[in-house]
Design a binder for this molecule. Structure first.
Ligand code: SF4
Length: 77
């Protein structure tokens, strides 16, 4: 079993050109100014490789995968 991860972005470093949204539209959409809005929660296993690729092609090194220790916590709802 893989450790749950989620996407994160350094909003200072990001230049908002949207390469990540083109590559990973399932998890990233752009706001009106072209800056990424990331889907909350864990990256699905099926998209993990693509998410890693998106992190790798970010020209500003602004996109990252980070541990998500609460992602697999049971829902309290
Ligand atoms: S690819 Fe990187 S720099 Fe470009 S919008 Fe996404 S996070 Fe920002």
């Amino acid at each position: 079993m893989t450790t749950p991860v989620r996407l994160g972005v350094d909003r200072i470093a990001c230049d908002g050109r949207g390469l990540c949204a083109e590559m990973l539209p399932e998890l990233v959409v752009l706001d009106d100014w072209g800056y990424p809005i990331l889907r909350q929660g864990p990256v699905p296993d099926a998209l993990r490789d693509l998410a890693e690729d998106a992190v790798g092609i970010c020209p500003k090194l602004a996109l990252r995968l980070e541990p998500c220790p609460v992602c697999d916590a049971p829902s309290s709802g």
